[in-house]
Design a protein. Structure first.
Lengths: 126, 231
């Protein structure tokens, strides 16, 4: 399971790590009980400060997505109030729709863009 | 020695080193062969480029170390091979510790451990070879050789740990293959060097120790056909 951080995309690196771990747990790419890399290893691999990765892990732990034990390190857990896939999809769609409205795109153009992103059709810029 | 002689020797050694470097300089086919031997059966171009850079980082240092070590160790060329390979590997692993640059960085979400890269039996063989030669040298009061053996073990261990520690680069399977190769070759060279250093006399016990050391060296440095399972 790979994680990618783009320091140019405007989102804080800790947030990118945080969001990708949640996505991986939600989609089942990281099953419950999976050990995550130690903070220093992940920070070195991503060229980030240890504090940046530590913050991502701290936020994940606070939300119940991971648990840290001295012997086992950081392990994936399932939070009791974990949103299901439909709820996550709806949240992502709402966020995307808001972006599309900000760009002045109508519904059809927006759907075309989604289809193109899925590899199902051409992008039409309106 | 007069200065013009020193300059002449340095010039000849430099040209000789350059010639070795040209012969050793790796290309794409060397990178591909390396990956295939270490468990990546069908490497793509990016993986081959990674392997070539890995080889270049080592081979760049070999000629200069090979030429510089004999005067330092007061040794012959034959005894220079192990230190050359070990120090070349150490420099390469130290260079590989530099953090990822560029805006887009990738990592694998799995812990990396020493035992995930080197099997236990390799570590046991390395420990036995190191302990055997050091105890033998200590008992026979060969302090200078004991110091060389200790230094060899430290360099070998340092390369192994640095190979586990260095930041991930490129495709995970090629990265893992190159880490495995670094660690196993370092431990194998450590076994070989400790055996050569630790059992210099020509009696039966020494002969058996050298034979066992050689067998261990070959077993440890033999390429693995299958990569270890990710942690």
């Amino acid at each position: 399971m790979k994680i990618v951080v783009d320091t140019d995309n405007g989102l804080a690196p800790w947030r990118q790590v945080h969001d990708q771990v949640i996505r991986a747990v939600t989609t089942g790419a990281l099953p419950e009980g999976t050990r995550l890399p130690p903070i220093r290893q992940l920070a070195r691999d991503l060229g980030l400060a240890s504090g940046t990765v530590a913050r991502a892990y701290r936020e994940l732990e606070a939300a119940g997505w991971v648990a840290t034990a001295r012997a086992r390190g950081t392990v994936v857990t399932v939070p009791s109030d974990r949103p299901d896939r439909t709820a996550l999809l709806n949240a992502a769609a709402a966020e995307f729709a808001a972006h599309a409205r900000d760009l002045g795109a109508d519904l059809n153009t927006t759907l075309d863009a989604v289809r193109a992103a899925y590899g199902e059709g051409p992008t039409r810029v309106g | 020695m007069p200065w013009d002689n020193v300059l002449g020797v340095a010039l000849i050694m430099g040209l000789f080193g350059l010639a070795i470097l040209i012969v050793l300089w790796p290309g794409a086919k060397h990178g591909k062969r390396l990956l295939k031997r270490w468990g990546v059966p069908d490497p793509d171009d990016a993986e081959v480029a990674l392997a070539v850079r890995y080889l270049k980082r080592r081979r760049l240092w070999y000629p200069w170390l090979f030429l510089a070590i004999p005067p330092v160790l007061d040794d012959t060329a034959a005894g220079t091979l192990f230190p050359t390979l070990l120090l070349g590997g150490l420099v390469a692993e130290l260079l590989a510790q530099r953090p990822a640059r560029g805006p887009r960085r990738e990592a694998v979400l799995a812990p990396r451990t020493l035992l995930g890269i080197v099997p236990v039996w390799v570590l046991v063989l390395g420990g036995l070879a190191a302990a055997g030669s050091m105890v033998h040298l200590g008992l026979t009061a060969q302090w200078r050789l004991l110091a060389v053996a200790v230094a060899t073990v430290l360099v070998s261990a340092a390369i192994t740990l640095l190979a586990v520690r260095r930041p991930a680069v490129g495709d995970p399977r090629a990265d893992l293959a190159l880490r495995c190769r670094s660690a196993r070759v370092a431990i194998g060279l450590g076994i070989g060097a400790c055996t050569v250093i630790g059992w210099p006399t020509g009696n039966l016990v020494s002969f058996l120790a050298v034979a066992a050391g050689l067998a261990a060296f070959l077993a440890v440095t033999a390429p693995v056909k299958r990569l270890p399972a990710p942690a």
